[in-house]
Design a protein around this ligand. Structure first.
Ligand SMILES: Cc1cc2nc3c(=O)[nH]c(=O)nc-3n(C[C@H](O)[C@H](O)[C@H](O)COP(=O)(O)OP(=O)(O)OC[C@H]3O[C@@H](n4cnc5c(N)ncnc54)[C@H](O)[C@@H]3O)c2cc1C
Ligand SMILES: O=C(O)CCC(=O)C(=O)O
Length: 318
């Protein structure tokens, strides 16, 4: 979508072996709360988050119904950084008062702020609809090797998530398994997140997401019953009224994790033939929070590839 906006002369085709509701992004809680990528400069991560927050905040002020606003992150001991880098992007960030903290007797410190939470499946469908309206073609296809695309396309953008491990042989990329519960508990109106990032309660438009787990290196997509009980107990200790939650649905996703998100240009070359590629993968646990920002940057890199192609005598399929 960002490419169609920044490079309107391009004809865009989306190839994917799975579309919503069967992607990893459909499992995400959809919370705008960044996870730090250790090898990506903070100013770049902050810019990605800011662009994503601004984009979704504008949509939240419309008739669309997949976004809501909420707050409360609690810590058993004060975090290393009392002011996270994103504190001036979310709204009304402040330490929690003693009175507020009384609600969490096991926690000594807390942050209150308003951020956005998106219901991912309807958002993904909304994006698909907008994409189709631009004339973009969408095909179900598994790509075995980026090079196979060289005859059909001038530029390839690789947004394969964890699939990039196989597609481009990236050994830095690994799964971090996450199991969450989606429950019916419409009385829960505020989000509560333990600062260790393991336990969270995120009310959405229809369901509340209860999390979670972070299992590095696990490829299992099967729900685990013991983990379900553990997540439920941990969430009930933060919000006891969840004991009355109904219709527990279990979801598992594999976060496409690495030390830094790979938003980068590369030129593949074989026998004098070149194929410009823009990579945009490795968003780990915080991909939803930075998706628009990284997509804008990737679209900008596509613009650079177009300039190079236009400057060369290459045959253009643009
Ligand atoms: C339980 C859980 C909760 C989360 N909650 C949040 C949250 O609240 N906030 C947040 O910011 N982030 C969250 N995340 C992280 C977020 O979901 C990810 O960072 C993000 O979804 C990654 O998106 P992606 O588009 O890169 O990957 P994907 O959604 O996996 O998309 C990759 C696409 O590429 C396709 N593909 C892959 N390989 C190929 C191939 N060879 N050929 C063709 N197609 C291919 C796939 O079919 C898929 O459609 C959560 C993750 C989990 C697991
Ligand atoms: O970390 C969070 O609180 C949001 C959910 C998430 O990003 C995750 O489980 O990976």
């Amino acid at each position: 979508l960002c490419i169609t906006e920044t490079c309107p002369s391009c004809s865009v085709t989306v190839l994917s072996d799975q579309f919503s509701p069967n992607t990893m992004s459909d499992v995400a809680a959809g919370m705008l709360i960044p996870h730090t990528y250790p090898d990506t400069p903070i100013h770049r991560q902050k810019q990605w988050f800011k662009e994503t927050f601004t984009y979704l905040f504008a949509i939240s002020n419309s008739a669309e119904v997949f976004l809501c606003l909420f707050s409360w992150q609690v810590f058993k001991s004060p975090p290393k950084e009392e002011l996270p880098f994103w504190s001036d992007i979310v709204l009304g960030f402040r330490p929690m008062s003693k009175a507020e903290l009384q609600r969490f007797p096991q926690h000594r410190f807390g942050q209150a702020f308003t951020t956005l939470k998106c219901d991912c499946p309807p958002y993904l469908l909304w994006l698909e609809k907008r994409l189709k309206a631009t004339g973009t073609q969408m095909y179900t296809r598994k790509v075995e090797d980026l090079w196979e695309l060289r005859r059909e396309y001038d530029i390839v953008v690789n947004c394969a998530g964890l699939g990039a491990q196989q597609l481009v042989g990236d050994k830095e990329l690994f799964p971090v398994r996450g199991q969450v519960l989606k429950v019916h508990a419409p009385w829960v109106k505020l989000f509560i997140r333990d600062g260790d990032g393991l336990t969270y309660i995120y009310p959405g438009v229809h369901r509340v997401t209860l999390g979670g787990t972070r299992e590095k290196g696990s490829w299992s997509l099967s729900p685990d019953a013991g983990t379900t009980r553990d997540i439920f107990d941990r969430c009930c200790s933060l919000e006891p009224s969840l004991q009355g939650a109904q219709d527990i649905e279990v979801k598992v996703g594999l976060r496409p994790s690495m030390q830094c998100v790979r938003v980068q240009r590369e030129v593949l070359s074989q026998g004098g033939v070149k194929l410009p590629v823009v990579h945009n993968y490795g968003h780990g646990a915080g991909g939803f929070s930075v998706h628009r920002g990284t997509a804008n940057e990737a679209a900008h890199l596509v613009g650079e590839c177009i300039s190079v192609l236009q400057g060369s005598s290459s045959r253009a399929k643009l």
